[in-house]
Design a protein around this ligand. Structure first.
Ligand SMILES: [Fe+2]
Ligand SMILES: [Fe+2]
Length: 276
């Protein structure tokens, strides 16, 4: 058996919110349960789960506690990234058994050193804003961490997208400082991928010498909207997550996975034909 390592990236649960679609009302907590069930059913199971922000829609204790209960039930090591809907203080107090959240810095930025691929987590929260921010302090920290191991295959996880998607509405809620972030990333050749969430859509781009992924929400999507609109309604596209599979002999391969079985077979594998 090859020495493979796989990371599941799950993102944007927004637990605490319910959404009414034409097909019915959905409690987003139920979508998190479905995601957990899917991860539990995988063979092999992921070795690690990266949760890239927006865990609880309103940042309430009760919602974080039920998110934690589900994540703990996976029995897979998991790590948290702060999103614009999250509170650093709440993440630190409720996930008090996650020492990496408790650095002396005000930011939730840390490095996971004991995995076959080095993982760097960035904090892009700008308190009070849905836009993200990566400022000089956070960028200097990243540059210093990357400089420590410039030969070691690495990944960066953050909540806000590091690139413009071409969709004006999500881009209006994008990341300030991404150009400076790009200059640092471009200095290194060992960054296998960057993974973010926030847009609730799957987008991929070659970016500053690496590949940057935006991963679909595990709860709900937004329409692919290239016009300049004031708002976008939630869309019940298939909730999804991403598996990154690291094989030192091959490299890093991304697989987008859907959490549900859908009528008429909108799921992984061979579509099932309707009965008649
Ligand atoms: Fe989100
Ligand atoms: Fe977000």
């Amino acid at each position: 058996m090859k020495n493979l390592f796989s990371i599941a990236q799950i993102t944007d649960f927004h637990v605490g919110r319910s959404i009414t679609f034409p097909s019915g009302r959905i409690d987003l907590y139920d979508e998190l349960l479905q995601t957990a069930a899917k991860l539990r059913s995988m063979d092999p199971q992921p070795d690690m789960v990266m949760v890239t922000g927006d865990l609880a829609n309103h940042g309430g204790d009760a919602d974080y506690l039920r998110v934690k209960k589900v994540l703990d039930s996976l029995e897979i090591p998991y790590h948290l990234v702060v999103g614009n809907h999250d509170s650093r203080a709440k993440l630190r107090s409720i996930f008090s058994d996650h020492p990496l959240l408790h650095s002396r810095s005000e930011y939730i930025q840390y490095v996971i050193e004991d995995a076959p691929i080095r993982i760097i987590v960035l904090d892009t929260l700008a308190v009070g804003s849905h836009r993200g921010l990566i400022d000089t302090k956070r960028l200097d920290w990243l540059d210093a961490r990357l400089a420590e191991a410039p030969q070691k295959p690495s990944m960066i996880f953050l909540h806000h997208p590091p690139f413009e998607t071409g969709m004006p509405y999500p881009d209006s809620l994008g990341l300030d400082g991404k150009e400076e972030l790009g200059k640092i990333v471009a200095k290194y050749r060992n960054i296998e991928a960057i993974a973010a969430g926030h847009t609730h859509r799957d987008s991929v781009m070659r970016w500053n010498g690496t590949v940057a992924y935006l991963t679909s929400s595990s709860a709900f999507s937004y329409k692919l909207e290239f016009h300049d609109v004031d708002d976008i309604d939630p869309l019940y596209n298939p909730p999804a997550f991403r598996i990154f599979r690291w094989d030192p002999e091959v490299g890093l391969v991304s697989h987008l996975c859907y959490t549900h079985k859908y009528e008429f077979g909108f799921t992984e594998g061979v579509p099932e034909a309707p009965e008649n």
